[in-house]
Each structure stands twice: as structure tokens, then as C-alpha cells.
Design a protein around this ligand. Structure first.
Ligand code: GTP
Length: 416
């Protein structure tokens, strides 16, 4: 086989001018065409209490009817419902998965509400990791179900966040991009909304919850994203009802005193959310999911499996070495546990033997005592019997004597 000799590890980089058209400028088009052909995939998780407006907001965001059923309030443990849909707009295909909580916040125990969500997010990472670790991977046609964004629906109380909100967001913030939204914001006054937003943000900061920040490192979107970060959490209103306002059909909610227009920026932040989530940052959400959240999950899991990165001056360990080392460690652990179990078994047998011996001694003692009692009783009865027999003997003697006395007088009487 050919041997390559590496002369220098250092890579020399020089920028060179081109003297004619080569075609490098078509590379972005190639990328776009490939992506268009493959289609896009986006997975959205809606977390919020029952009836807070999750389905309505999804229908409003994607201008369609996802046909949702009302959830009951009696789930013993929170659940999740995942549905995947195919959407198409101007030749662009989107495979959209909407995962929604069922019964979130209806349980007495907070853990019963957030744990199923954490488990779901982890399970999607795990199945991607398992696909990656396969020898024959098929990542190109693998349905990537990792959650790209979590819309966290905050109840429009105007007061403060509930402890369940803080706990759940804290549990999720290192696993998924969390965007908090104030649901049904048409039920809260403008002044209250302003102070509510400030309160929420300060509570999130003081609890150390890291919500998703729209990225400001790409200069084409840095301006808009920077401004929008200042509007978080978005106050949203959902409705698919078309209402006539000034000879124009708009989506909104009709009240006796007027119409709340969903797409009117002075009525709510719905358009801001849609712009940020879909038009501007959908790709960043996907990238962050892979590069930050999945990376963290993968690192922890591989460390758990016994993989270690090599230090700069050490020879890299082969997969076989890692496997062998891990196997030996496992066998050591296994033998340790086996030895411990043997010891426990021996102890248990000894304890049982001692208990049996005690029980036997107790039985023997009781037996001896009963035997003694029995013998005493027997003796007593024999003594009684002896006395009885003596009584009977003396009685018999007396009777015989009486019979003897009576016998001659009878015979004398007969002779007369
Ligand atoms: P479950 O899936 O059953 O937990 O409910 P959900 O969170 O999906 O709520 P859904 O969208 O079904 O809305 C529940 C009720 O709230 C419906 O009567 C909606 O019309 C109403 N609703 C939804 N969004 C808004 C909103 O922005 N403002 C107001 N005022 N009502 C809303």
C-alpha cells in the first residue's frame, strides 16, 4: 500500500486571484436547490396549561386548521401529543411536527407535569444519537424529531409567574430553545401587560432561566433580532375567525366593545412572533438545537458510555481500546456486585440458620416442660388410682364380710 509521509502539520493559506469565471458563485444556488428538493423539517413543542390557547395559536400561526381535540382536566400525569403535518408554500415544503402538552398543570405534584416533557425531549435526542452510532447510518432519510423550539404559554394573570412555570422552564432551558409567550393577551390591559412583561423577565433572570435569544451575530438580522429580544415575552392573541373591519377581512376576536386584531402590531405581538419564529430564525433554531442542545446531550451520554477525548499529546484511543476498557470496567463492577450479593446471601443464610436454631431450642424447651407436666399429671393420676383401688379393695372386703355375716341366719331360718 502507498505510504504518505506528512511533511508538516501546518496548513498554509494563501488567497489567490482568479483570472476567469470558474463557477464558485453557483455554490449557494446548489445548496438552495438541494434544500428545496429535500424539504425542511421543524418540530415545535407547545407547553401550557389546559385550554390556554395552544391549538388556536398554532392554527393562527400556520393559517390552517390542525383539527385538535379539547383535552380533559383529569390526567393523573401530564402527557404529550405529537402530530406531523406536511405544509407547502410557494414550492417550499415543510414537515412540521407539533407536540402539545395534555393536562399540563392539572396535577398536585409538579413533577408529574414537567417530567413527561423532559422525557420526551430526551427521547428524541436519544433516538438521533442511536442512529448516529449505527454502523450503517441513514441520517439523510431519518425523521429528525428533535424539538427545535418550545413555546411556553404563560397565563395572562398580570401578576407573576407560577412556580410550575419557573421549574418547567428551568428543566428545559438546557435541552431546548425556550420562547415564552403570554397567552390570551387580549384579556389584560396595556399598562398591566407592560409591567407583567418586565416582571416575567426579571423573574426569569433571578431564577437563572435562560430563554432563547434571537441571534445578533449575523449582521443581516442583527438589527431586527436585537430589537425583538427587547419585546420578549411576546404577548399573543390567537384566532382563525375572519372579521370585517373597515371593509377588510381581518383575523381577530370580536368583543361587544370592538375587535382585537391578531395581525395588528398595536393590539398584540402575534406578527412579531410569526416573523421571528418562521421567517427570520427558523434555521437558527434548528442549528442551535443541533449545535448546542443535542451536542450537550451527546457529550453527556458518550461520557456515560465510557468514551473520553484524548489529550493533545496522547495517542488517540481506538474504538476497540475504548470498548475493551469499558468492558473491563463493567466486568470489575459486575464482579464487585456479584461478590457483594454472595456476601449478602451468606449473611442471610447465617441469620436464617440462627433463627431456626433459636426456634428449635424454644420448641425443645416447651416440649421438655410439657413432658414434665405430663409426667407430674400421670403420677398424680396414678396416685389417685392407687387410692381408689385401695378404697375399692376395702369396700369389697367389707361387702364380703357383710355377706358372710348375713349368710348363716338365712340358712337357720330355712331349717325352721
Ligand atoms: P387544550 O389542548 O384542550 O389544552 O386547549 P388549548 O390550550 O389548545 O386551547 P384552545 O386553543 O383549544 O383554546 C381554548 C379556548 O380559549 C377556546 O375557547 C379559544 O377560543 C380560546 N382562546 C384561544 N386563544 C385565545 C386568545 O388569544 N384570547 C382569548 N380571549 N381566548 C382565546
Amino acid at each position: 500500500p502507498t505510504q504518505f509521509i506528512v511533511l508538516s502539520q501546518q496548513i498554509h493559506f494563501r488567497a489567490l486571484p482568479l483570472s476567469g469565471h470558474v463557477g464558485l458563485d453557483a455554490l449557494p444556488d446548489q445548496l438552495v436547490n438541494k434544500s428545496l428538493g429535500q424539504g425542511f423539517c421543524f418540530n415545535l413543542l407547545c407547553v401550557g396549561e389546559t385550554g390556554i390557547g395552544k391549538s388556536t395559536l398554532m392554527n393562527t400561526l400556520f393559517s390552517t386548521d390542525f383539527e385538535n381535540l379539547e383535552s380533559p382536566h383529569f390526567e393523573p400525569r401530564g402527557k404529550l401529543r405529537a402530530r406531523t403535518y406536511g405544509l407547502r408554500e410557494n414550492g417550499v415544503q415543510l414537515k412540521l411536527t407539533i407536540v402539545s402538552t395534555i393536562g399540563f398543570g392539572d396535577q398536585m405534584n409538579q413533577q408529574d407535569s414537567y417530567q413527561p416533557i423532559v422525557d420526551y425531549v430526551d427521547a428524541q435526542f436519544e433516538s438521533f444519537l442511536q442512529e448516529e452510532l449505527k454502523i450503517k447510518r441513514s441520517l439523510h432519510n431519518y425523521h429528525d424529531s428533535r424539538v427545535h423550539v418550545c413555546l411556553y404559554f404563560i397565563a395572562p394573570s398580570g401578576h407573576s409567574l407560577k412556580s410550575l412555570d419557573l421549574v418547567t422552564m428551568k428543566k428545559l432551558d438546557r435541552k431546548v430553545n425556550v420562547i415564552p409567550v403570554i397567552a390570551k393577551s387580549d384579556t389584560i390591559s396595556r399598562a398591566e401587560l407592560h409591567s407583567f412583561k418586565m416582571k416575567i423577565m426579571s423573574e426569569l433572570v433571578s431564577s437563572g432561566v435562560q430563554i432563547y435569544q434571537f441571534p445578533t451575530d449575523d449582521e443581516t438580522v442583527a438589527g431586527i433580532n436585537g430589537v425583538m429580544n427587547g419585546h420578549l415575552p411576546f404577548a399573543v392573541v390567537g384566532s382563525t375567525e375572519a372579521i370585517n373591519v373597515g371593509n377588510k377581512l381581518v383575523r381577530g376576536r370580536q368583543y361587544p366593545w370592538g375587535v382585537v386584531q391578531v395581525e395588528n402590531g398595536s393590539h398584540c405581538d402575534f406578527v412579531k412572533l410569526r416573523e421571528m419564529l418562521i421567517s427570520v430564525n427558523m434555521n437558527d433554531l434548528r442549528e442551535q438545537t443541533h449545535a448546542r442542545h443535542y451536542e450537550l446531550y451527546r457529550r453527556c451520554r458518550l461520557q456515560e458510555m465510557g468514551f473520553r477525548d484524548t489529550e493533545p499529546n496522547r495517542k488517540p484511543a481506538s474504538l476497540h481500546q475504548t470498548y475493551t476498557a469499558r468492558r473491563q470496567e463493567y466486568l470489575r463492577e459486575f464482579h464487585g456486585v456479584e461478590e457483594e450479593m454472595k456476601q449478602m446471601f451468606v449473611q442471610k443464610v447465617k441469620r436464617t440458620e440462627a433463627e431456626l436454631k433459636d426456634a428449635e431450642e424454644e420448641l425443645q424447651f416447651r416440649f421438655e416442660r410439657m413432658k414434665r407436666l405430663h409426667q407430674q399429671e400421670k403420677k398424680r393420676l396414678e396416685e389417685k388410682r392407687r387410692i381408689l383401688e385401695e378404697d375399692m379393695n376395702s369396700f369389697n372386703k367389707m361387702r364380703a364380710a357383710v355377706e358372710l355375716l348375713q349368710a348363716p341366719s338365712f340358712s337357720t331360718a330355712g331349717k325352721k
